[in-house]
Design a protein around this ligand. Structure first.
Ligand SMILES: CC(C)(COP(=O)(O)OP(=O)(O)OC[C@H]1O[C@@H](n2cnc3c(N)ncnc32)[C@H](O)[C@@H]1OP(=O)(O)O)[C@@H](O)C(=O)NCCC(=O)NCCS
Length: 222
């Protein structure tokens, strides 16, 4: 796992990312589309981090990485031979970019600002099971807000690792914290997968963000 804050970067890089010579035309086009500086800066930080991090795993220069989207829009390494042995996923929120890399299997990451006051009840209606909603409703307001964010980041991390986007029924995944802080996932019948091939970790970053990573061992062939 690797992370970077926009505040870690030289303002000159954020103002003129093309001068680094690391970004391709696609990246620069996407960069220019952001209306707000803070969103553009976060995009720059995230994609700079991604390119530099990937180059620690393969003898490829940061500027030479090429990406392609899978059918559900997940960016992956364009070269299939490299993509088979190196997976990544990216998340960004409120000034922080997080990159997860896995040598084998699947990886998904999600980060949210811990101050975020999302429409938890609205999202939970679509994306949380009845028992998860009952659990959240039984907690004091602030605890419930944080518990919502923790579950949400785990669900997003799993969905992003699966790489099938919005097609996964979020209410068919539930998470439980064991006594040793191990996180176990239970899957409903809407998701055809083996929950026991997944490992989850959850963490806070710089006292401001909540992050989660999902790591899946490859499904045995046959
Ligand atoms: C695509 C999606 C995964 C992005 O999640 P997000 O929380 O908005 O944003 P994050 O910062 O965590 O992730 C964005 C990054 O994920 C990656 N990404 C994009 N599509 C992806 C996909 N289908 N699968 C995995 N990763 C994806 C990209 O690298 C993207 O960053 P980039 O655009 O700068 O390259 C999200 O829109 C999504 O599918 N969410 C499903 C959850 C949902 O909305 N459920 C509805 C329940 S009511």
């Amino acid at each position: 796992m690797w992370c970077c804050r926009t505040s870690d970067l030289d303002p000159a890089v954020l103002a003129e990312p093309e001068r680094l010579g690391l970004f391709g035309d696609d990246d620069l086009r996407r960069c220019r589309r952001y209306h707000f500086d803070r969103d553009r800066h976060l995009f720059i930080a995230a994609h700079l981090l991604l390119r530099c991090v990937l180059s620690r795993y393969e003898p490829i220069e940061p500027a030479d990485w090429r990406f392609a989207a899978n059918p559900y829009g997940r960016p992956e390494i364009a070269d299939p031979a490299i993509s088979r042995r190196l997976r990544f996923n990216l998340s960004h929120a409120a000034g922080l970019a997080l990159v997860g890399v896995a040598r084998e299997g699947e990886v998904g990451v999600d980060v949210e600002c811990a101050d975020r006051h999302a429409d938890a009840a609205g999202i939970a209606r679509h994306a949380f099971s009845d028992s998860e909603r009952r659990f959240l409703q039984g907690l004091p307001a602030e605890e419930s807000r944080l518990a919502f964010l923790r579950s949400w980041t785990l669900k997003e991390a799993y969905a992003k690792a699966r790489g099938v986007g919005l097609s996964l029924p979020f209410r068919d995944m539930e998470f439980q914290y064991g006594p040793d802080a191990r996180i176990a996932m239970r899957l409903g019948e809407g998701i055809a997968d083996r929950a026991d091939r997944w490992r989850f970790e959850q963490f806070s970053l710089f006292d401001r963000h909540i992050g989660a990573v999902a790591l899946g061992t490859p499904v045995p062939a046959g």
